[in-house]
Design a protein around this ligand. Structure first.
Ligand code: COA
Length: 193
């Protein structure tokens, strides 16, 4: 019998969402999103397993409560005063709802409480949608890592924020965070730890 796919949500409300720390039991579901999001360059289950236990890492899972389904995840390392984003992905059927943005906001929120000054990351030069997300949050391009992605030898852009502790960034962030909350029904979802 063929499976009928569940209808795509038109808008997603904060009430339907939960962000919590990533658990080992999440990995099989995360791998479904990982494999369609990152092609041959994707992380293995062992990489996630390692990262969850990594002392400098913070990894989060996004759940869609009505279906008890994992629909995204993200993570970063804290190295001195730098918060280095190592991964962020949303289930393709849930993209375009502000959820990638929600995970980025979650990470920036956590980083600012951990005295991080700069959020940094690498992104494929061809990954236009992710770059747009980062530009929206005032990341700028610092340079290029040549042939960084081994599957296609594609270059990576190195991106960084201004200091996320500076007043100008705090004012901007508060405003854009509020707009996202409005989009998700007035609030950002509850987050555990
Ligand atoms: C990048 C990714 C996480 C974005 O998640 P998403 O939930 O679809 O994005 P959002 O709906 O939160 O979009 C937030 C902003 O990102 C930008 N953006 C997202 N998708 C875009 C697209 N297809 N085209 C242009 N801009 C886009 C826009 O600035 C958007 O803001 P807006 O809604 O005000 O226009 C998602 O596309 C993904 O999982 N991609 C595969 C994994 C990946 O490439 N990760 C990044 C590795 S560096």
């Amino acid at each position: 019998m063929s499976q009928v796919p569940s209808p795509l949500p038109k808008t997603v409300s904060h009430e339907d969402l939960l962000i919590r720390r990533m658990r080992t039991a999440d990995i099989p579901e995360i791998m479904l999103i990982e494999s369609v999001s990152f092609g041959r360059h994707h992380w293995s289950p062992e990489s996630f397993s390692f990262e969850i236990k990594n002392q400098v890492g913070r990894y989060y899972t996004l759940l869609y409560k009505p279906e008890n389904k994992i629909i995204g995840y993200c993570g970063y390392w804290i190295v001195l005063d730098e918060g280095h984003i190592t991964t962020i992905a949303i289930d393709p059927t849930f993209r375009g709802n502000g959820l990638g943005e929600l995970l980025l906001v979650k990470m920036l929120d956590r980083m600012s409480g951990q005295s991080v000054k700069w959020a940094t990351l690498e992104v494929r030069v061809s990954n236009f949608s992710a770059q747009q997300l980062y530009y929206k949050y005032h990341f700028r391009t610092l340079g290029v890592r040549s042939r960084y992605y081994q599957d296609t030898n594609e270059d990576a852009l190195i991106m960084t924020t201004e200091s996320i502790q500076d007043k100008s960034f705090r004012i901007f962030f508060k405003e854009v965070r509020q707009k996202l909350a409005n989009r998700l029904g007035g609030k950002l979802p509850e987050g555990a730890d």
